[in-house]
Design a protein around this ligand. Sequence first.
Ligand code: DGL
Length: 270
Amino acid sequence: MILKNKPIGIFDSGIGGLTVANAIREALPHETLIYFGDTAHMPYGDKSAEAIKYYSLKIAKFLQLLECKAIIIACNTASSLGYKDVKDFLGYNLPILNVIDPVVNYITQQGQYKSIGVIGTKATIKSGVYQSKLASALPHLNVKAMATPLLAPMIEEGFFENNISKTIINTYLSSPKLKNIEAIVLACTHYPLIQNEIRQFYNGKIDILNTAQIMALNVKQQLLEKNLLSDTKVAKHQFFVSDKTTSFENSTRIFFGNKINLQQKNIWSV
Ligand code: DGL
């Protein structure tokens, strides 16, 4: 098979990256996606940098073995801590895309904000990657970053659009740390699944930056520039998980329909 018709590899700790995969599918309907959800190690947000690097590299090598033409790290936590290692090991012959740079570029191009909130996992916020990239691109931007560690596990368990999620979301977003912001970055790929609730909280007063959509446009652009857009008409997606969970299966069906090809895979001993 010629390179451009090979699949795109995508990974996350769980269902969050499906928001990115879904946005890519909408933007690029002819691309085949191979998705890996590391459900056995979810949440990544409370793991050490070493663990996140190790998981990211293992998964990326697995996707490379499946002959992916590009690898998308559809997880802010793995993009913050694992991207460099994955790029150093595999980036010499295939494009490795993280979810952070396109968002930082988007905010930079917008250029209109004076104060912006960033919410993500503990590991993402502690890494300081968003804060430092935004500070060097836009020195006058006031970045208010806050960890919201309950959100990803809550979403992974299917708790959204209910009273529990509403209480947790409202408690986090009411924090004085996020006062007077003009926009908020959903710096975790799980969060587009609670975008409606976040929107309701802010009631249209601030912009909500959905990283999944920004990422999908970036993937399209990068594949186009590298002449890697598929010219086939049939996309045959595959989904792998490190531990089969009902939540993952249900979410994948919601996004990709009932007839999904989902397998549990042990990639750690390979
Ligand atoms: N979806 C992930 C992110 O973008 C990870 C959530 C987690 O596993 O803690 O950060």
